[in-house]
Ligand binder design. Structure first.
Ligand code: ZN
Length: 304
């Protein structure tokens, strides 16, 4: 049985401290964010990592929502936490939630943005409503077998709010305010969808994931060149085709270049170094909004 509960998760990564602080302030001051009449459950994704101010303890929690591993009760703090979050707040959990909003921050210059995983109609409806209200850019992450097990995929509907740039562990008023605005807008449009008053824009603009690039490395894994200064800080921006991706220490450009229409995102996200990702490449697409999207979201929100 689904429910109209909305799960708000902060601190899925323990070194991303702005959203957890916002949730704490919201707890103390319920008027801080308008919940739009929705039943909202607030949780810290990875409390142990947040205590330690590290991204994770054993592994990245936001890659642990893998049904097969969770069924086998895979070991390690984060797999156990993923199972616990689903038992408590999953769509069939003790306090069921139909929608999950997962709040992140990044060292990349992503501004205030949304990440959607795959093409579930309810997710696309929610993202389109938020984009219609705030104009936020959307990173559509799909079809990447190297990157799976994201939290929001385990709820019937969900998206990530990603704000940057901010260094790990640093509280920043701008990042908190952007997070608050993104979250409140999500709740506002979910409330409207539930009441039947939501109006989708005509089109949804997505940046569809194409793949990721790592720095050129030596046999020993040492970087031989760095992200080109023309890409640094230019997430979401159209850059001329033929632009070199990497620059060596002597100032020379490497041969790898951007092709027509490739737009970089998550440029130099610190945590992706261990995943061998220097940045990801996307293509900007304008999709007509489909008639099935909003009813799919409304159906999730109507069942109590
Ligand atoms: Zn994160």
């Amino acid at each position: 049985m689904s429910s109209c509960g909305v799960l708000v998760v902060a601190g899925t990564h323990g070194n991303e401290v702005n959203a957890p602080w916002l949730l704490q302030q919201w707890q103390a001051c319920p008027d801080l964010i308008d919940a739009a009449g929705l039943s909202v459950q607030r949780v810290i994704g990875n409390p142990e990592a947040l205590n330690r101010r590290c991204r994770y303890v054993d592994r990245d929690l936001n890659r642990c929502f893998l049904p097969d591993q969770l069924e086998r009760e895979a070991s390690g703090l984060e797999f156990q936490r993923a199972g616990e979050l689903l038992r408590l707040h999953g769509s069939n959990g003790e306090h069921p939630c139909a929608v999950a909003l997962d709040l992140h921050s990044t060292t990349a210059a992503m501004g205030n943005s949304l990440v959607v995983y795959g093409r579930r109609p309810a997710d696309l409806a929610l993202a389109a409503l938020v984009q219609g209200a705030l104009g936020l850019p959307i990173y559509l992450h799909e079809a990447d077998l190297q990157q799976t097990g994201f939290l929001v995929e385990s709820w019937p509907c969900g998206l990530v709010i990603e704000v940057g740039p901010v260094p790990p562990g640093v509280l920043t008023a701008r990042v908190v305010e952007q997070t608050r605005l993104g979250l409140e807008t999500c709740l506002t449009v979910l409330g409207q969808a539930r009441r039947g008053s939501a109006r989708l824009p005509d089109a949804l603009v997505v940046h569809r994931h194409l793949g990721s690039r790592d720095l050129p490395k030596s046999d020993k894994g040492e970087p031989q060149a760095l992200v080109h200064p023309e890409l640094q800080g230019r997430d979401w921006q159209g850059i001329a085709p033929g632009q070199a991706m990497f620059r060596a220490a002597d100032g020379s450009d490497r041969s790898e270049v951007l092709v027509e229409g490739e737009i970089p995102v998550f440029v130099n996200e610190a945590a992706y170094t261990e995943k061998s990702i220097a940045f990801s490449l996307t293509r900007r697409e304008v999709w007509p909004v489909e008639a099935t999207w909003l009813p799919a979201l409304q159906q999730l929100l109507s069942a109590v």
